[in-house]
Design a protein around this ligand. Structure first.
Ligand code: GAP
Length: 454
């Protein structure tokens, strides 16, 4: 693949023919940027990796935490009808019997009898032959349960088997009674949780898109069953609002009404929110009407009542549930693919991560124009130290020329670069450069934080 690309994001580059290659190219460039600049590394890379696992570097963890913080602020802190929990990852195995995961949480597995490659039978064209060796000698399709098994305690036997949770949702359902007993919230109300989930995916793929260890942000929204349709629409609307707040354009977001035959065993209605990733249109998150499936099963398995007593004195009932379920990794991938942009500045190719400012891992870069002028360095250090005390993430860079520093800052999405130059020494102003427009303005140092906050 040679020549320069045009991705719709790229300005002023000559066009290439193959849009498929283009998408692969874009994904590869994002993966390479993520590794080069410390966003996301392959898990256990030093030992040759562990398939389906990823490690977040210094910038990746900052981006991820910002996204989770915005989600929590939007869905929990800014609302009266949401509460949070943080349940243990290891749960009593009865949890997964009650939820149906021990019997139904499986994917169809098929093995090539020639090279012994194993694949998800529903994700490949069996008639086209084995994706690895081309042979058409397939074994039987069998259901493969995706829960990771472990043992709790020093004895490894049937009774000590436990599972790493495959969804955070069950930590919410199993605490429903606790939260109601402690808070007795008005119905409808939601319980939110953010945390790790684990699935032994047959074929992890596409960077962080399908991983074996990932993070979910889930809400179980408890309702009176007669109101399920309006509450479903309410949560769907809130979901769209949140996606736009983290910078995803509506043109890339699509709703898919999941047909009966493809819905999870617990759902009466599911809408998948799909996103136009470089790898194609794929599921970003899902919203499901889980009815009273989970609470009723917990009643059966635990022998405890899961009823809610309405405050108007009417008859107690088991609430139904609407569940918006976000995958953090897929959201990060969507945000990165939108933010990653290329243009030309002074005839040179520039990569900029145009992340919304409130989720950018670093907000400000502070630089002295010249590294070997102590008076500039001292002044710049003062500004850097002051900004540090505000608690905002700020970075120092004095290596290479100023143009190179701007390029490095653009590539990791820093919205503002502050430079101390010789004029600073005369009038106490600095230049502030905007990542997206590359425009620079002079700002009085004492007004810096006000201007930046504006
Ligand atoms: N509690 C419902 C639930 O877990 P799901 O559709 O299986 O539903 C919800 O998962 C979301 O979790 C997905 O939309 C996706 O964003 C994320 N997710 C699921 N499996 C994943 C995986 N293997 N790797 C990364 N994210 C995943």
């Amino acid at each position: 693949m040679s020549g320069e690309r045009k991705t719709g994001l790229v300005l002023g580059f000559s066009e290439r023919d193959c849009s498929f290659c283009d998408k692969i190219f874009l994904m590869e460039e994002i993966i390479s940027l993520c590794k080069r600049r410390g966003f996301i590394y392959q898990g256990s890379e030093i030992y040759g990796g562990l398939a389906g696992t990823w490690d977040y570097g210094p910038l990746g963890v900052a981006l991820k935490r910002n996204i989770i913080r915005e989600w929590w602020k939007f869905f929990v802190d800014s609302r009266d009808d949401m509460l949070g929990v943080d349940a243990a990852i290891l749960m009593n195995p009865k949890t997964w019997v009650a939820s149906g995961h021990t019997t139904t949480f499986s994917d169809p597995l098929i093995e090539c009898e020639d090279c012994h490659g194993r694949f998800r039978a529903d994700k490949i064209d069996l008639d086209a032959g084995c994706p690895t060796c081309g042979a058409k000698t397939w074994g039987e399709i069998r259901q493969f349960n995706m829960m990771f098994e472990t043992n709790v305690g020093p004895v490894r036997d049937e009774d000590s088997v436990a599972y790493l949770r495959p969804e955070t949702a069950q930590g919410i359902f199993t605490n429903f009674k606790n939260v109601v007993d402690s808070f007795y919230p008005d119905l409808p109300f939601g319980i939110a949780q953010v945390g790790k989930a684990f699935r032994n995916e047959i074929s992890p793929r596409d960077f962080v898109f399908r991983s074996r260890e990932f993070e979910q942000m889930e809400i179980e929204y408890f309702i009176d069953p007669t109101t399920w349709e309006e509450n479903f629409e309410k949560l769907l609307g809130l979901t769209h609002e949140f996606l736009s707040q983290v910078g995803l354009p509506t043109t890339k977001i699509h709703e898919l009404e999941v047909p009966d035959s493809e819905r999870a065993h617990y759902s009466k209605r599911t809408v998948d929110i799909e996103f136009d990733f470089p790898i194609g249109r794929e599921e970003l998150l899902g919203i499901a009407y889980r009815t009273d499936f989970d609470l009723k099963n917990i009643e059966r398995e635990s022998g405890k009542k899961m009823e809610y007593r309405p405050k108007d004195g009417s008859a107690p009932f088991v609430p139904h549930v609407i569940e918006p379920s976000f995958g953090v990794e897929r959201l990060i991938m969507a945000i990165l693919t939108v933010a990653y942009q290329e243009d030309k500045i002074d005839g040179e190719r520039r990569i900029a991560l145009k992340l919304p400012e409130h989720i950018a891992p670093i907000k400000y870069l502070v630089s002295p124009l010249l590294k070997n002028k102590p008076e500039l360095v001292t002044r710049a250090r003062e500004i850097y130290d002051n900004l540090k005390t505000t608690g905002e993430p700020v970075m120092w860079d004095d290596s290479g020329n100023i143009g190179k520093r701007y390029r490095r800052a653009d590539e990791i999405g820093i919205p503002h670069c502050i430079v101390v130059d010789f004029t600073t020494l005369e009038d106490d102003t600095v230049t502030v450069r905007d990542r997206d427009t590359t425009k620079q303005v002079r700002v009085k140092i004492k007004e810096l934080t006000n201007v930046l906050n504006d």
